[in-house]
Every structure is written in structure tokens, then in C-alpha cells.
Design a protein around this ligand. Structure first.
Ligand code: F6R
Ligand code: MG
Ligand code: MG
Length: 366
């Protein structure tokens, strides 16, 4: 095609149904209506409105690049319109992720999370979009490491000459707002020091080392750090390009056969397994969890999103779901004890300051 396509995946929690468990179909309908108009008027090439749990995700293709004002404004206005419906239905937490009153410039710091990538569409362009609920951006670190740096997961790293050089990982420090790029495989030990701490360091992009082609992009917004108060976990998204020099679709899905432990779950303050589920099962209801991930598969055709296929709607992931349920049973029995409950400094909200204040006169030197 010669001209770059941009895929923007922009998401927000603008109201849950019931509580924080799922998406009301009317919100999807409003978003589809607005994006259909935007497609007709040529602002976007194509779109799909997806969801995971209580998060609405707008998948849009266009030629305007990342961080584009018009595209971000379209997403913001779509969320605003859907919030009106959410308020009418008195859905829970209506408009909660829209942290500011008015849009200005781009979505940075405004609440919604987004992952975007620009590339020239290949002869065939299989793309996976992962959407998670009840967890944080660093939840993608382990699966991305496995997809792009672990030969026990991705056979192509060993036997496909176009992947054999390895990949570059751009890692962001979400607290200090710094970034660093690691070369793999040669720097995996250094990289693991950081990405093994997913509450602070999150992989933002993966690029192919041989030609710099973008392979994966994530959303890394930390809502509570932005808002300075508890607004729920960030519920991140991830885009992965597959096949012909990138991980095969099956290699990109394989890491999710292990439901690794992530932070989030009830009140954004517990550890739990990330359960891969079909679209219809992306409704975290037990203890507001366990955290979920869905995967939407598309073939791109001149920017059109052919799909989605419900990639985790496959009995091959039944064992992962069973293990996630067993791990949930095990962790739940810890009740308010760590490591089920997050350490004090990582909890999204806590009564500690109030309890400390109440008891301050009762503490004495030991
Ligand atoms: C987790 C989440 C929920 C809520 C919980 C309490 O990210 O959103 O687990 O934290 O349902 O919600 P509130 O405080 O609104 O009653
Ligand atoms: Mg919510
Ligand atoms: Mg959510």
C-alpha cells in the first residue's frame, strides 16, 4: 500500500453493569453509532467496538498517526456521549475514567488508556488485540517477554531466520516517567530486573531488531497516579502483529496458557491469576475477578478490520481457566493477608491513614 496505517485502541471505564462486572449493550450501541458516522465522513477507515468486563475499547484504523488530535477527540467525544447513556441508566461509576472536564490536544493524562502503532500493511497482516479487566499495565510484561524473548514459548526465535536476531523492548518507568530500550536476547537478564517489577516498569513497545518494525504496543496509563486518588485499576490493552517475522498467532497466544499472577482484582488491591476467556465470559463477578483477558483477532485488509475472532474461545485454554480458578480458591483463603492482598504501599485504596490517626496516641516506643 505504501502509506502507513495507524491502529489506535483507546479504552475507558465509563460505567459498569452491574457494579464493575460488565458492559451494558447500550454503551456499545452508542459508540458504534458515532464511529459509523466517523467512518462515513472519512475520519477513520474502519472500527470495532470491543469490551472486557466494564471497559469499553474503541479499535480504529486511520492514516493520521499516533497521538492525533482528531482521533483522540473522536474517542473522547464517544466516551462522553456513552457516559450520557451510562448516567441515564445509572450504571455504576458512570464516566469514572473521564478525569477532566474538557478535551485538549490529546488524551495524555485525561484518563482513557490507549495503545497505538503505525506500520505499512503487509501482504497479509494478522493482528491480535488483547483487552484486560481488573489489572494494571505491567500485566503484559510476562506474556510479552515470553512472546518475543523466550525460545521455550516462541519457536520462531530459534528456527525462523527473520526473528532470530531478536527484538527491542521499550520499557517505561511509570513512577519516574523515564524510558529505556533493551536488546534481546543479549540483555534479558538486565531487562528482567525491571520488568519483573510490573507495578512500576511496563513494556510500552516491542520492535523487531533487524529493521525496527513495530511488533507490539501497550497502554501504560496509571489512573490512580494521574488522578491522585482511587479510580480503579487501569485495565490495559495490548496490540500484537503476528506471523512472517513476528510471533505466529499461536506463539502470541501461548503465554496465556499460564494464568500468571497480576495485581488488581477486588478494589484494585489484590493479587490474582489473569484468566484468558471468551468474549462472553469476560465478566469478572467472583470477588470482582479474577482478572480477565480477551483476545480479538483480525486480518487487516487495506485498513479494514476483518474480524474479530474470539481467540480464547478455544478448549485448549480450559486448563488455564481451571488453574486460574484453583489459584483463586487458594489465594482467596488468605482473606486480608498478603500476598493475596497487595502490600500497603501498592494498594489502590486503604484505610491505613485513618486507622493510624485514630490509634496514634496508643502507639509507644517498644
Ligand atoms: C477493581 C474495581 C472494583 C471496585 C469495588 C469497590 O478495579 O473496580 O473491585 O474497587 O467494586 O468499588 P466501590 O469503591 O466503587 O464501591
Ligand atoms: Mg469499573
Ligand atoms: Mg475495568
Amino acid at each position: 500500500m505504501g502509506e502507513k496505517i495507524t491502529l489506535s485502541v483507546i479504552k475507558a471505564d465509563i460505567g459498569g453493569y452491574v457494579g464493575h462486572a460488565a458492559m451494558h449493550p447500550e454503551l456499545i450501541a452508542v459508540a458504534e453509532e458515532i464511529l459509523t458516522e466517523a467512518k462515513k465522513s472519512g475520519v477513520i477507515i474502519d472500527f470495532y467496538v470491543g469490551c472486557c468486563g466494564d471497559d469499553l475499547a474503541l479499535l480504529m484504523t486511520h492514516k493520521k498517526g499516533s497521538d492525533n488530535e482528531e482521533i483522540h477527540k473522536l474517542a473522547w467525544e464517544t466516551f462522553e456521549k456513552a457516559t450520557e447513556v451510562s448516567k441515564k441508566l445509572k450504571l455504576y461509576g458512570a464516566g469514572q475514567d473521564l478525569l477532566v472536564d474538557a478535551f485538549s490536544g490529546n488524551l495524555k493524562g485525561m484518563g482513557p488508556g490507549y495503545a497505538e502503532m503505525e506500520f505499512e500493511e503487509r501482504k497479509s497482516e494478522p493482528i491480535l488485540v488483547f483487552l484486560a479487566d481488573k489489572t494494571e499495565p505491567g500485566a503484559w510484561n510476562l506474556p510479552l517477554y515470553k512472546m518475543f524473548a523466550d525460545p521455550f514459548n516462541t519457536a520462531g526465535l530459534v528456527i525462523d531466520p527473520s526473528m532470530h536476531d531478536g527484538f527491542l523492548f521499550e520499557v517505561h518507568d511509570l513512577i519516574e516517567h523515564k524510558k529505556v530500550t533493551f536488546k534481546t536476547p543479549e540483555e534479558i537478564y538486565d531487562m528482567l530486573v525491571f520488568i519483573g517489577a510490573p507495578g512500576r516498569f511496563a513494556i510500552k513497545y516491542v520492535f523487531r531488531k533487524s529493521d525496527g518494525e513495530v511488533a507490539a504496543a501497550t497502554s501504560t496509563q496509571r489512573l490512580n497516579l494521574l488522578a491522585g486518588r482511587y479510580v480503579g485499576k487501569d485495565d490495559p490493552v495490548l496490540i500484537v502483529r503476528c506471523q512472517s517475522g513476528f510471533p505466529a498467532v499461536g506463539e502470541a497466544l501461548e503465554p496465556f496458557s499460564f494464568p500468571h499472577t497480576v495485581a488488581g482484582f477486588m478494589r484494585g488491591s489484590h493479587h490474582g491469576p489473569l484468566m484468558p476467556v471468551s468474549f462472553k465470559d469476560s465478566t469478572p463477578s467472583r470477588f470482582d475477578g479474577p482478572p480477565r483477558v480477551v483476545c480479538l483477532g483480525f486480518q487487516l485488509a487495506e485498513g479494514n478490520l476483518v474480524g474479530p475472532r474470539d481467540m480464547f474461545d478455544d478448549p485448549a485454554f480450559d486448563n488455564a481457566r481451571k488453574l486460574a480458578n484453583d489459584v483463586t480458591d487458594y489465594l482467596r483463603r488468605h482473606g486480608p493477608f498478603e500476598p493475596h492482598r497487595l502490600p500497603l504501599e501498592e494498594m489502590e485504596y486503604t484505610t491505613l491513614p485513618q486507622v493510624m490517626e485514630k490509634l496514634k496516641d496508643r502507639f509507644s516506643e517498644e
